[in-house]
Design a protein around this ligand. Structure first.
Ligand code: F3S
Length: 389
């Protein structure tokens, strides 16, 4: 890799051991992936914020790093393992909270913005089209590349943090135009109401590691959010191209090597396969974190209805969206907890519940694995009907 004189100085440790460690990581990645240089980034988004996912070794890494380094570009943090204000009511134990508080303190010292959300683009960190960024959260990465037209690889937590500290990332993968060209074309059939997440779930399985071009996409921004999140969970997909009303530009199809049809029937069958046994202790909505329009839609439906109280209910969102919707939060609170800073996957849900229902395709991948849950998929409206009468 070619480094500038200043980058060489950082690598030699002249700007301290924290920046040295950060640039070593970026250069190592650049060498592995054949990057020629480091490029400036507009923002970083750092994952690895829950004690559940990073453990004691992660705390030590962050505390050591925070002694010597600070981010130099806007960098925001993914969800934690708990809601910092409502963790007791979630059923989280004292010991977990103590460990989580050390992680929060280390990130604060590093200068990382406490958004605690997987939807930074809804909470003030929305990159412009063409901007190079270094984001780690898979659902945010796919949204940034595909819907916003920004450019990022799916970073790991440490590499996103290193990029935030140096203000640069190695130029490889999706930062380069030639790697953003679709390799597989998917003709999407009409998507049944509420099944955009499962359309993404199936597209991810078809695409695997390839950038797909999805045709006939007629999604709202919120549907894109859940569609891309599920795709990034079932496939190693960090970007999709699409044609349809919200698409921004003509797509270069010269590299497409396969064409596949995904029918309405396949999406319905997938919903049946993931429907579980119809019993759950927790209904969890907000993976990725709910937007303001989603909170409004749910509050509109639930207003005037009565909670059934047959299970616990979590609505997960970011602090920014929570603060912008006080009335809606008031309505939803009659039916369950409106949580910020966390979600049903990175919270220690397995210590509290055994069976969880969700409207998220991404959660159908991670609830059974990371969350050790028996998971049931239902479209949002069906969940709202189940929790109210
Ligand atoms: Fe976000 Fe948690 Fe889902 S981080 S995308 S709500 S698994």
């Amino acid at each position: 890799m070619h480094l500038t004189a200043q980058e060489e100085r950082i690598l030699a440790g002249e700007e301290g051991p924290g920046r040295q460690k950060a640039i070593e990581l970026l250069v190592a990645l650049g060498d592995i992936y054949g990057a020629e240089r480091l490029i400036p980034i507009a923002s970083a988004q750092v994952s690895g914020a829950s004690f559940k996912t990073i453990g004691d070794a992660g705390i030590k890494f962050l505390e050591d790093f925070s002694e010597h380094a600070k981010v130099t570009v806007r960098s925001s943090l993914n969800p934690l393992g708990l809601d910092l204000r409502r963790w007791r009511s979630m059923g989280v134990e004292e010991d977990f909270h103590t460990k989580q508080a050390r992680i929060v303190a280390a990130y604060r010292k590093l200068g990382v913005e406490p958004l605690y959300s997987c939807t930074p683009y809804l909470a003030g960190n929305r990159p412009r089209q063409g901007a190079h960024i270094a984001w780690a959260e898979s659902s945010a990465t796919v949204f940034a590349n595909s819907v916003l037209g920004a450019r990022t690889n799916r970073e790991g937590g440490p590499s996103a943090l290193a990029a935030g500290i140096i203000g640069k990332t190695a130029e490889y993968g999706l930062h380069l135009e030639e790697n953003r060209k679709p390799k597989v074309m998917i003709d999407l059939g009409p998507v049944p109401e509420g099944l955009a997440p499962l359309a993404g779930y199936l597209v991810g399985k078809i695409a695997g590691r390839r950038v797909p071009l999805v045709r006939n996409v007629r999604f709202s921004e919120d549907e894109h959010k859940s569609f891309g999140a599920a795709m990034a969970a079932t496939g190693a997909v960090s970007m999709y191209a699409y044609s349809g009303p919200m698409s921004r530009s003509r797509v270069d199809v010269s590299d497409v090597e396969e064409r596949v049809a995904l029918s309405r029937q396949e999406m319905i069958r997938c919903a049946e396969d993931l429907s579980g046994d119809g019993h759950w202790d927790l209904v969890a909505i907000g993976c990725p974190h709910c937007s303001a329009p989603e909170l409004r839609r749910m509050a509109r439906f639930l207003k005037g209805r009565t909670p059934t109280k047959e299970s616990d209910v979590w609505f997960c969102t970011s602090r920014k969206v929570f603060a912008s919707c006080p009335e809606e939060v008031g309505v939803l609170r009659r039916f369950g907890k409106v949580l910020c800073d966390t979600c049903m996957v990175v919270a220690p849900v397995e210590r509290i519940y055994k069976r969880t229902a969700s409207d998220s395709g991404k959660a159908m991948v991670y609830l059974p694995t990371l969350g050790k849950q028996r998971a049931s998929f239902r479209p949002t409206m069906q969940l709202l009907e189940a929790i109210s009468r």
